[in-house]
Design a protein. Sequence first.
Length: 224
Amino acid sequence: MISVLLADDQGLVRAGFRALLDAQPDIEVVAEATDGSEAVELARRERPDVVLMDVRMPRIDGLEATRRITSEPALAGTRIVVLTTFELDDYVFGALRAGASGFLLKDIDPPDLLTAVRVVADGEALLAPRLTRRLIEEFVRQERAAPTVTEGDQLDELTPREREVLALVGRGLSNAEIADELVLSPLTAKTHVARLFSKLDARDRAQLVVVAYETGLVVPGERQ
């Protein structure tokens, strides 16, 4: 059973999501939060598998709530999916950097929402990959004028093969696709990705994608 926490200040939105999710035999909504602060408190209490987190909420927003939840070791198994009404939203990008596993638009079709919850609960990330990639590209463009050195220092720790793998993760390839691209066994590809998580202190693939773009391994606008 996949446990889900809903965090949204609009009761109608929460009711709609709850009705859809609770109707599934493998998904259960364990709690609802009306603001970011309550979302953090309920996440600590319920330790859900997935949090569907609205961006703009009272008291603290979804960005800060995401940062607080992902920073707690006890909640390492909780995955956060940010919900937004905008495709390009600086709060969403910040939430990805803070540890969210991806984002979804609120007008997502019901079957796609159910698939998204199951996928992220299974340990995958980067939901709605085309939209996520476009969002990342936009903000990388904006930040090019003032690049940070942190990611550059992190890349110095990577082997040439690990850089190749990181670039392919940044392009949205799965482990199996990476294995095919680099003529590796699936287990070897998985091992390289696991080492990237460790070396780059990344929570999941979404954060690896951000690093790949910010360090220039994947260039915004290039053919995928």
